[in-house]
Design a protein around this ligand. Structure first.
Ligand SMILES: O=C(O)CCC(=O)C(=O)O
Ligand SMILES: [Fe+2]
Length: 349
């Protein structure tokens, strides 16, 4: 049985759908872009989740992403075990259902009911860019087992990066910054594509595909083939966020909340596959900035702390409370990589 807090109001009533297509338009339609920025600002303050359309990825390419996910998890168990994430210093590769713990879910003694497979940004030996502990080799399924899979996954990864960069432009405008404010900090990003398979549990809230959590990083993009993701709104109720054809579901992570002085929201969400027969697949792209990108508080306009200015030398402690109430919080500057590693309980000097 669903808990009394769960709501079955359709999620898209609460989560706005925003068309990003005015951004790449040439010549630009200044009014449409301004409207878009205002919509993004409102969504980020009020919900922390939004659907985006007009992102440049075709319906067929989105289906292809889900297809990649299915093909990977359809491999025989022994082949998946051969790609076990425990063999990767970056925890990339396959996690079986038995190990299905989400790194950002607070410990509650329960396991997530899911399989996952993680890919990240690779870096060739001798690459001249500054070292980062979050770049490195993937574990690829052997070509003979999944012909063409690697090439398709690499193409999907770079398309997702394109969507993320578009969203970053929208976010910069929402914050009244230059349009390239975030993309300039994202030319060598820490990014991961995580593929998930959630078996049907048919159950209520006690069964979980992924426990309630916020994402640690900057921006997350979800492509899903069936319902399952649920979002907690400010009043504590849970809303299902269904798959809307042709859209990505986007959410802000803790880094985005911190960047905006807790005015924009990194919202709690979870996955429960309530179906009794259908398996759910999702492809989730976690896009952060460059490892060494400097994160200095930007106060969104009209939040009581200035008008969209940077406030990098604030002296506040590292609080991470709900956005809005009590005005923006000024955080000391931090690099994106250091922040995320600390969130994940990892260290880097
Ligand atoms: O599978 C999904 O739709 C979302 C999973 C999720 O929230 C996460 O891995 O952070
Ligand atoms: Fe998440």
């Amino acid at each position: 049985m669903a808990s009394p807090a769960a709501s079955h109001q359709p999620g898209h009533m609460a989560i706005p759908l925003i068309d990003l297509s005015p951004l790449p338009q040439s010549p630009p339609d200044a009014e449409a872009v301004q409207r878009l920025a205002a919509e993004v600002d409102r969504a980020c303050r009020q919900v922390g989740f939004l659907y985006v359309s007009g992102h440049g990825v075709s319906e067929e390419e989105m289906q292809g992403l889900v297809g990649l996910t299915r093909r990977l998890f359809d491999l025989p168990q022994a082949a998946k075990d051969g790609l076990d994430a425990s063999k990767s210093a970056l925890a990339r590769g396959y996690n079986s259902q038995e190990l299905g713990k989400h790194s950002c879910t607070p410990e509650d003694g329960r396991q997530d009911v899911k399989e996952s497979f993680t890919l990240g940004v690779e870096r060739a030996a001798g690459d001249p860019r500054p070292p980062s502990p979050m770049h490195g080799p993937n574990q690829w399924p052997p070509e003979a087992l999944l012909p063409g899979w690697r090439a398709e996954a690499e193409a999907a990864f770079s398309r997702l990066l394109g969507v993320a960069r578009l969203m970053m432009r929208a976010l910069a405008l929402a914050l009244r910054q230059p349009e390239a404010f975030f993309t300039d900090k994202c030319n060598d990003p820490v990014a991961q594509l995580v593929l998930f398979r959630y078996p049907p549990t048919g159950g209520g809230d006690a069964e979980r595909g992924c426990g309630a959590h916020t994402d640690c990083g900057f921006l997350t993009f979800v492509c899903q083939d069936a319902p399952g993701i649920e979002v907690q709104l400010a009043d504590g109720s849970w809303f299902a966020a269904p798959s809307l054809p042709g859209t990505f579901l986007v959410n802000l992570g803790d880094l985005a909340q911190r960047w905006t002085g807790d005015v924009y929201r990194s919202t709690m969400h979870r996955v429960v596959n309530r179906s009794s027969s259908e398996t759910r697949h999702s492809a989730v792209f976690f896009c952060n900035c460059n490892f060494d990108a400097l994160v200095e508080t930007i106060v969104p306009a009209g939040s009581g702390g200035g008008t969209g200015g940077c406030a990098g030398n604030g002296s506040g402690d590292d609080r991470n409370t709900e956005g809005g109430a009590g005005g923006p919080h000024m955080y000391p500057p931090v690099t994106a990589g250091k922040y995320i590693l600390e969130k994940l309980g990892l260290m880097w000097d």
